[in-house]
Design a protein around this ligand. Structure first.
Ligand code: FAD
Ligand code: COA
Length: 408
């Protein structure tokens, strides 16, 4: 291996999962502009991922999945993100997020349902955010009232990734018993499949957002009006409903590592494009790669991608330790905040190196820039994640409420 190979080598050369994703990424890269331009969901890529066993690769083998580790998943997510950000997001949600929570906390029947859906190509949706409860997620107003053997859900969720295409939904809601006493925040599984004859009354896709990037991935506002959810679709988390939110967020740390990895993968892809172009483009009678100003930019970009990858891998590996199913909260928050901010800078600098060509539509840089901008916002903003990191460093609770009261 030459010195250059060592610097630019992609990690994990020996993973069989990587061979599978690398067989698909050239086609994903070619199709990426199409999904962006037409704002259409990449069903063709989903079919390829499903056939390759990558949808649900982290689902246990006993349920038909691939039994892959969190570390395996982040490696294939990086590869996918280099080619197509949308496809990488689908891989994250088909292996982490809602499905991760179900595999850890679900009953046998819940696990079977989630596994069957994902292995057939579904990307589950996770429904936390509301118009008045974004960062302050614990202020959510969506409620689930116990009525006999079922729960009745009312409320609105917004910016729900996959709303309108996803079949399985993990809905966070404030739960109340029959007498109206609050029990805590619970996770409710809602199965929707109008084409398959499963269209629960009271579940409505109100509208889709218009986004600057990640075009082709629906972001929906969902409204629940007296939506009935059987009690056996409540995810019974280990600490009980009173600490349900903490258990659900523990699972959500996997999704955060996944999101950070997508951002890092897009940045790594942009770095590859920049390397190619610096050697190819000539100005002042020589390749622009010879200008030290650009060389130093390139070295900084490489360092940011490398540092992000190390942090994300550390966080992913923390999930694979004996007795742990999800990444450590601090490692996940630190890695996602750093990787998402770094990726925006790296992709921006790569675009700069292309000059006008980067700003135009001939190269994928402008799409990558629009795509990567999201990752300091969705999945917990960089500010919120840094607040969590600071709280851990200081060893203190950092309540953000105006009166400084202890959070619920
Ligand atoms: P706000 O909470 O209103 O924040 C506004 C600004 O204030 C931000 O800069 C924020 O960092 C800052 N801020 C807020 N509170 C603090 C504080 N205490 N300290 C310092 N700064 C603070 N949600 C879902 O539930 N499911 C999804 O599938 C989903 N997908 C998404 C996909 C996309 C493309 C996007 C953009 C969002 C998605 N979201 C989803 C919503 C996302 O989780 C929220 O956007 C995010 O949590 C931030 O909430 P907000 O947008 O309401 O911003
Ligand atoms: N992993 C594990 N536990 C977590 C957690 C995480 N990522 N985030 C919060 N918790 C736990 C807390 O430790 C606390 O547990 P405790 O009651 O045993 O002390 C409990 O959940 C409540 O968290 P706290 O930080 O005290 O709540 P808060 O009312 O101040 O709310 C958050 C702050 C958690 C909502 C905010 O930090 C946050 O993460 N916002 C972003 C929401 C988000 O990511 N949305 C993405 C939607 S896709």
């Amino acid at each position: 291996m030459t010195r250059q190979d060592r610097i630019t080598a992609r990690p994990g050369r020996d993973s069989p999962w990587l061979d599978r994703i690398r067989a698909l990424t050239p086609a994903f890269a070619e199709r990426a502009a199409h999904w962006d331009r037409t704002r259409s969901y990449c069903w063709q890529n989903v079919a390829d991922l499903t056939a390759a066993g990558l949808m649900g690769m982290a689902i246990p083998r006993a349920l038909g999945g691939g039994g892959a580790s969190t570390f395996d998943v982040v490696q294939i997510v990086e590869e996918a993100a280099r080619a197509c950000t949308l496809t990488a997001r689908i891989l994250v949600e088909a292996n982490m997020g809602g499905v991760g929570a179900v595999m850890a906390y679900g009953t046998d029947a819940q696990k079977r349902l989630a596994a069957d859906l994902v292995l057939a190509g579904d990307k589950p949706a996770i429904c936390i955010s509301e118009p008045h409860a974004g960062s302050a997620a614990t202020d959510m107003a969506t409620r689930a009232d116990r009525r006999g053997d079922r729960w009745v859900l009312n409320g609105t969720k917004h910016w729900i990734t996959g709303g309108g295409v996803s079949k399985l939904h993990l809905v966070f809601a404030r739960a109340f018993d029959e007498r109206g006493a609050e029990l805590g925040i619970g996770g409710f599984l809602v199965h929707v499949d109008p084409a398959g004859g499963i269209a629960p009354a009271g579940f409505e896709v109100v509208r889709h957002e218009r986004t600057m990037g990640l075009c082709g991935m629906p972001e929906a506002e969902l409204r629940f009006t007296d939506l009935e959810v059987p009690d056996d679709m409540l995810l019974r988390t280990p600490s009980g409903m009173a600490h349900g939110f903490a258990d659900l967020m523990t699972a959500y740390n996997g999704q955060r590592v996944g999101a950070g990895t997508i951002a890092m993968g897009v940045a790594a892809g942009a770095l590859d494009h920049a390397r190619r172009y610096l050697r190819q483009r000539e100005q002042f009678g020589r390749p622009i790669a010879e200008f030290q100003g650009l060389q130093w930019m390139l070295a900084d970009m490489d360092a940011l991608v490398h540092a992000s990858r190390l942090m994300l891998h550390e966080a992913a590996r923390s999930a694979d330790r004996e007795g742990h199913r999800f990444p450590d909260m601090l490692l996940a928050a630190r890695a996602k905040a750093f990787a998402s901010e770094s990726a925006i800078k790296v992709v921006n600098d790569a675009l700069q190196m292309f000059g006008a060509r980067g700003y135009g539509g001939e190269e994928p840089l402008e799409r990558m820039y629009r795509d990567v901008r999201m990752f300091t916002i969705g999945g917990g903003t960089a500010q919120i994640l840094k607040t969590q990191v600071a709280g851990a460093i200081l060893g203190m609770k950092t309540p953000q409420t105006r009166d400084g009261s202890a959070p619920r």
